[in-house]
Design a protein around this ligand. Structure first.
Ligand code: DOR
Ligand code: ZN
Length: 417
């Protein structure tokens, strides 16, 4: 049935207009000041709401196959839809690893039942172990949309170069988790005053930025694009900014927790604030905000990383990671709303990530797939982890009052939330 969204604020990265949207055959059929409803049309009153292009979250852990007590493809996609996310890239650190065509096919088949667009990233090395490059052409044929060893760096320069070059040939973006394991291994929180106070091993800023520097230099050497995941330190951003200025094809993302919180949160000894890279210092948080403003950071992704309450119970031994898809837009609107316009937020969370991945989405325009969300920009709500749609409760914004709420999400014209 054709649907008309009436009298809505249509927010794209470029501009905002007020008007009506006609959705027909899964696409934005018409966008105009006023569209007359015909009989048989569903009419949705959009007054007071924003229609935004569906968010494109390029860093998500769906945990399926293998760790479905944390999340599975259906629950992860339900969380996505509830957060206004219509397209997501899922990371390959599942059990088994996404290093073979069968596992890519498994994810695609299960994801096809959800209504959300899932783009599987395949591993760069077998088992994400650094022991040899995967068969990228075979993975691409099975439907892999990117390459990443997320969770670990690719320590071998030769293997990283092979992935970067094959990525160009096969049109597969390479998404790098940069971390010097010799420096960071065993670290629980950011290395500094707080790690000392807590008496736990820290992960230094250098363990992140030195590996970003190495990764960028390798990409530069072979003139290949590279995307840096979850950037958290001021020095990392200085390195990326300089690389961009000299023409390196580097893009990067951060996550809401890095512009909202600092390592002080860890004083609570609550493992729900532990992730990798860790929450850093106030100067880093400020640098992340500056980089969001000046364009050094291209995208906001979530690194949605579900873990069960049992696994998160032990502060020191809990696995790293926080869930984020259901709160990313609201957290960004709440904490960055005075610094970034809604158009900027859409550029960072929808338009640019779609471009980085080379996938559809990111714009409300005639002819495009009708992937969008209706958002009440003024609604205040408190994040209740028991009401999240994903399976896990390790949310950094638990109990926090956020402003801005997704009221409905449509993917390919179908209401998915
Ligand atoms: O915090 C994180 N969690 N960082 C990663 O790199 C991996 C992820 C996970 O898989 O839990
Ligand atoms: Zn990572």
């Amino acid at each position: 049935m054709p649907t008309i969204i009436k009298n809505v604020k249509i927010v794209n990265a470029e501009q905002t207009i007020q008007g009506d949207i006609l959705i027909q055959n899964g696409k934005f059929a018409k966008i105009s000041d006023e569209i007359a409803a015909q009989s048989g049309y569903e009419v949705v009153d959009g007054s007071g709401l924003c229609a935004i292009p569906g968010l494109v979250d390029i860093h998500v852990h769906l945990r399926d196959p293998g760790q479905t007590h944390k999340e599975d493809i259906a629950s992860g996609c339900a969380a996505a839809a509830a957060g206004g996310v219509t397209s997501l890239v899922c990371m390959p650190n599942t059990l088994p690893t996404v290093d073979n065509p069968e596992t890519v096919a498994y994810i695609r088949e299960k994801a096809a039942l959800t209504g959300v667009k899932v783009y599987p990233a395949a591993a760069i090395t077998y088992g994400i172990s650094g022991k040899g490059c995967c068969d990228y052409a075979g993975l691409k044929s099975a439907g892999a949309a990117a390459l990443s060893d997320d969770g670990r760096p690719v320590e071998s320069d030769e293997m990283l170069i092979e992935a970067l070059q094959e990525g160009v040939r096969l049109n597969l973006p390479v998404l790098c988790h940069c971390e010097d394991l010799k420096q960071a291994a065993g670290g629980k929180v950011h290395e500094g005053e707080i790690s000392k106070a807590l008496g736990v091993k820290g992960m230094s800023s250098a363990s992140e930025y030195e590996d970003i520097d190495r990764t960028i230099r390798l990409a530069e050497q072979v003139n290949a694009p590279v995307h840096i995941c979850h950037v958290s330190t001021a020095e990392s951003l200085r390195i990326i900014r300089e690389a961009k200025a000299r023409g390196v094809k580097v893009t990067c993302e951060t996550a809401p927790h890095y512009f909202v919180y600092t390592h002080e949160k860890l004083l609570s000894r609550d493992a729900d604030y532990r992730m990798n890279p860790p929450l850093r210092e106030e100067c880093d948080r400020k640098a992340v905000i500056q980089a969001l403003i000046d364009g050094t950071i291209d995208a906001i992704a979530t690194d949605h990383a579900p873990h069960s309450p049992e696994e998160k119970a032990d502060f020191v031994n809990a696995p790293n990671g926080v869930v984020g898809m259901e709160t990313s837009l609201a957290a960004t609107m709440t904490y960055m709303g005075e610094i970034l316009s809604m158009n900027d937020i859409i550029r960072l969370m929808s338009f640019n990530p779609a471009k980085i991945m080379g996938i559809e989405g990111g714009e409300i325009k005639e002819g495009a797939s009708a992937d969008f969300a209706l958002v009440d920009p003024d609604e205040k709500w408190i994040v209740d982890v028991d009401k999240l749609h994903g399976k896990s409760k390790n949310a950094v914004f638990k109990g926090v009052e956020l402003t801005g709420r997704v009221k409905a999400t449509y993917c390919g014209g179908k209401k998915v939330y």
